[in-house]
Ligand binder design. Sequence first.
Ligand SMILES: *Cc1c(COP(=O)(O)O)cnc(C)c1O
Length: 374
Amino acid sequence: MVQSQNSIPAFDIKQQYASIEAEVSTAVLEVLTSGRYIGGPVVESFEQQFAAYNGVNECVVCNSGTDALYLALRAFNIGADDEVITTPFTFIATSEVINAVGAKPVFVDIDATTFNLDLEQLAAAITPKTKAIIPVHLFGQPVDMTALMSIANTHNLIVIEDCAQSTGATWNSQRVGSIGHIGCFSFYPTKNLGGCGDGGAITTNDPEIAAKLRVLKEHGQKNRYIHEEIGVNSRLDAIQAAILQIKLRYLDVWNQKRQAIAFRYQQFLNQVPGIIPPQELNGGKGVWNQYTIRVLNNKRDWVRNQLQERGVNTMIYYPRPLHLQPVYESLNYQPGQLPVSEQASQEVLSLPMFPELSEEQQDQVIYSLKDCLA
Ligand SMILES: *Cc1c(COP(=O)(O)O)cnc(C)c1O
């Protein structure tokens, strides 16, 4: 396949690092000379800053977004015989943790315009065994949390927000991760707030849940070497906390740049036939971890190749919904059972999206799409 010299990557994390290299190097070197590599003041101050940023009282950091979701389920004692409702159109981590605590994932189809959980179908899927819902703010677009919380409160269900792709997004001016009972974040390098390695965080306003999380993530010990339950080892390294603390100061600016790019894409792509650009809900302010269009008429893979020949790299999130994954064969979902997710998996195409994407590059994306679909 021919690639022009100035091909545009789907994402680029090196440019962002270059823009803050001096600050990050200094902070990392300070941690290295301090000798406090696990826990310590940098980790604590990052927890406070991340809690404040999200408008919650408590933040507990951990090793990854996956661990954040796992620990959240454990903190609410969700396990054997419980059902947890979530979306099949997400990364496997969202549902994997439901199995990891011994509960059963129940997949509910998505809404065609937002790629997020269809809330009417969600309400219909609640059974006496349902204990929790994990809504995912996919691609950085917030779920309608007003409607979702009203369903959850009616049925007394715990809401665990998967905010891995949506750090900084708001629903009615409230940060995601501060609306449900608990919010789970990932600092994987390509997320909106990404570290230089793995990392995660959990946010809540419930001090008892926060205390439980701190015990669970430290081998189930409240007092040193006294283990009250089976826990795990899930920490955020001080080096990562130092880096994330710096990046947090730029997050709003970076998210605004993503929003400006999304706005510009939207303006031009609205006129291109054969595709549907993403839509935001009233009340939601997304942070565009991905800018994902639909390509109609079975042309997605063809368009992807055409774009690549024009030097525009794209991604497919996600090519197969979770209910049809080999690992979930025993749940007996059939093809056609969650048709909106299945169709999305055939139509989605994520365009280049990162704060440093220049207008020239945006134009190349737009013109390439127009060129191959006109
Ligand atoms: C990235 C991601 C996770 C997992 O985060 P890690 O830090 O990679 O473990 C969970 N859910 C969603 C929706 C994600 O995109």
